[in-house]
Ligand binder design. Structure first.
Ligand code: AHR
Length: 679
């Protein structure tokens, strides 16, 4: 009989950012692991025995498992990820001057909105400045999205479409100003012609100002028409024109998402069909993109459109997972249905999208992709038909999409929704229907209290395996006050151990929603919070990151003999926790690239748990390892702009590991341990 040594774990060091780890390992002294010994029920020191079967590999882990759900909710696009700083640049909002303030220091001058000689049919409205006096200002000030943030020494690119009338030969004066009129940067544009033309001006900000505004004005007699008044920072992600906010993309990049689902969410569906999302309105020159009202109560310029989403996916090495409208609007908001006999147009949109992403450059839509700047295909493999839709009317529409797409593109994996239900008769009906029509992937959404996630860690353990896979397309733990706190993150992490263990079935999963612009949001909790200058990850963000960057490729079966708290007497005698509660949620895997065995464990209790970890099989332990630990003293703890890393992972190097060792999981913690293989 093999005996292994119960090695006391030696923690060597503490890692970055000046964060000090407490010693998390048990100091149980040298002791033999019997291999058969039961959990020491009388000792508070040992909470359980975790046995990992390293030579009995379970199912392969879906490499698509952890991705992100992106929706333009909470100002995620305009005012957020999309780096445009001017609000209502095209004067197409219903209140045409929304976001703008007039300046008129001339008695008879006029500032009017016109649509008589538009830039194009999709962008009809523009502002006309009719100036009568020299030396006095006439113009507009844009407030941005709750101000425009400028940084000292940074360049900003101002662009505008302009034309002159009545012989105007003055200059367009452009300034970055603060609320009391102080000028932080300026420039001017002259030679404005009678035909619409695009003008570009680079402005350097002289100071950092979080609440700057953009002023455009003339002070000579004559008339100037202006449209698409735009301002971008020069340091966008990859330095692209019409680019994205770098810090926010970096937050996404850190997640190493396997996929990005876009553009939603309910905005795909629309309040009615009138504002359902149409991807064709979102590509090409931004001047030609048709603005749309947003189901969440604001406008989408579509400057961040499908081309940019595909490009973002490519940048991050994530598979694109677009969702198209299935011919019905949001059912929670009173559905409108495209009549079946008129559905072809919507089905055609989906077929054209596949061609836009993957088609040859000489195909009608592939050529548009090439013209947009990307001759190579975007390798689209997944497509969602409908978001959170359900019921017969959805099903018959989905089926029309399904047969048309499968006939032409059998390789595309189609995703169908389960609706708002994730359990009960409506859910069962939807699932049976999906299986019967050959849906590839079934999309389930869960916004539930933390307790629900704990109770459903084993949700997929008993699911019959067939051809259909599951996409947990939206989920988040909503605790008291819907806070983004550690309590929510722990519950999500526990649930994710169940997703991972079942990832032969659960192909994909994504937390939702992704972004929250502080003080401008419609939905909490969310993964990443930001304002005009800063951003931070919530505890849930770090859980996503810890799981996605430690995925592994094969499930390793494990057994956990937990010691549950048996009685009130035990509680009152000093053991904390809740009676009969399972205390540790675990998933184990192997990463064959590195050779590592990976343990993910969630301790939801308010006390540390020391676990004896036994690696069965022929895995040769190098002795080295690493633990990444997310914890805090109070499960109500949150991150904030002031304390962005109050609840953030710390790294602990581990040494002296054997095939049996003990590890102490901190109270209220998510831990990922990587045990190094000896080569
Ligand atoms: O994630 C926020 C919303 O929740 C999504 O738009 C919708 O799909 C769900 O109801």
């Amino acid at each position: 009989m093999r005996t292994t040594i119960f090695v006391s774990l030696l923690l060597v060091l503490t890692l970055p950012l000046g964060l000090t780890s407490t010693v998390g390992a048990a100091d149980a002294g040298s002791e033999e692991c019997s291999g058969t010994r039961a959990v020491r029920t009388q000792s508070a020191e040992c909470s359980g025995i975790l046995t990992i079967k390293t030579d009995e590999p379970g199912p392969p882990i879906s490499q698509m498992l952890y991705g992100v759900f992106y929706e333009d909710i909470n100002y995620a696009a305009d005012g957020g990820l999309y780096a445009e700083l001017v609000r209502n640049r095209s004067f197409e909002h219903l209140r045409r001057l929304e976001g703008w303030q007039r300046i008129n220091n001339q008695g008879q001058a006029k500032i009017v909105i016109e649509d008589e000689s538009p830039l194009n049919e999709n962008n009809r409205h523009y502002v006309k400045l009719v100036s009568c006096e020299a030396g006095k200002d006439l113009g507009l000030i844009n407030q941005g999205y709750d101000g425009i943030a400028t940084s000292r020494g940074k360049d900003y690119e101002f662009t505008v479409y302009a034309r002159s009338e009545n012989g105007f030969d003055g200059e367009l004066l452009v300034s970055l100003i603060d609320s009391s009129g102080g000028v932080w940067g300026e420039g001017s544009i002259g030679g404005i012609t009678p035909e619409w033309q695009k003008y570009i001006l680079r402005i350097k900000a002289m100071e950092t100002c979080h609440q700057a505004r953009l002023m455009v004005r003339i002070n000579q007699p004559g008339t100037v028409c202006l449209d698409m008044i735009s301002l971008f920072p020069s340091d966008t992600w990859q330095g692209r024109a019409n680019g994205l906010r770098k810090d926010l993309v970096e937050m996404l990049a850190e997640l190493k998402p396997a996929f990005i689902r876009f553009p939603g969410g309910c905005i795909v569906e629309g309040n009615g069909m009138i504002n359902a999302y149409r991807w064709k309105d979102t590509i090409g020159d931004v001047v030609l993109r048709k603005l749309n009202s947003n189901l969440w109560g604001y406008y989408q310029s579509y400057g961040l459109g499908f081309y940019e989403y595909f490009q973002l996916c490519e940048d991050l090495g994530a598979k694109p997972v677009p969702i198209v409208n299935a011919g019905l609007s949001c059912q929670v908001r009173g559905a409108q249905y495209v009549p079946i006999e008129e559905l072809d147009e919507w089905v055609q949109d989906a077929l054209d999208l596949i061609e836009y992403a993957n088609g040859p450059v000489d195909s009608p839509w592939g050529s548009k992709r090439a013209a947009n700047g990307h001759p190579e295909p975007f390798d689209l493999e997944y497509l969602g038909i409908g978001n959170e839709n359900w019921g017969h009317e959805y099903h018959r529409r989905y089926e029309a999409f399904h047969s048309a797409i499968k006939e032409r593109y059998p390789e595309i994996k189609l995703i169908a929704g389960s609706g708002v239900a994730y359990t009960g008769p409506d859910y069962q009906l939807a699932k049976q229907w999906a299986e019967s029509v050959g849906v590839d992937i079934f999309d389930e959404h869960m916004y539930c209290p933390p307790e629900w996630f704990y109770e459903n860690v084993d949700r997929y353990d008993g699911y019959a395996r067939g051809d259909m896979r599951i996409f947990v397309g939206e989920y988040a733990a909503h605790g008291e006050g819907s806070r983004n706190n550690l309590e929510a993150a722990l519950a999500e992490a526990a649930f994710m151990t169940g997703l991972e263990r079942n990832s032969d079935l659960v192909h994909m999963a994504s937390y939702a929603p992704l972004f929250n612009k502080a003080d401008s949001s419609q939905w909490v909790p969310d993964l990443i919070w930001f304002d005009n200058t800063d951003c931070y990850g919530t505890p849930s963000y770090y859980v996503q990151k810890m799981f996605s960057t430690n995925l592994g490729d094969t499930i390793l079966p494990h057994e956990y003999q937990a010691r549950t708290i048996a009685s009130q007497a035990e509680l009152t005698s000093g053991t904390s926790g809740e009676i009969g509660k399972e205390a540790l949620f675990i998933a184990c895997s192997r990463d064959h690239d590195t050779g590592d065995v990976i343990i993910k464990a969630v301790n939801r209790l308010d006390r540390a748990q020391t676990v004896e970890i036994r690696l069965e099989g022929d895995f040769a332990v190098s002795g080295q390892g690493r633990a990444e630990v997310l914890t805090s003293t109070d499960p109500r703890d949150e991150n904030s702009f002031a304390e962005p890393r109050k609840v953030a992972p710390v790294l602990r190097e581990l040494a002296g590991l054997g095939s049996c060792f003990s590890y102490t999981f901190d109270a209220y913690s998510v831990t990922v341990i990587r045990i190094k293989h000896q080569y």
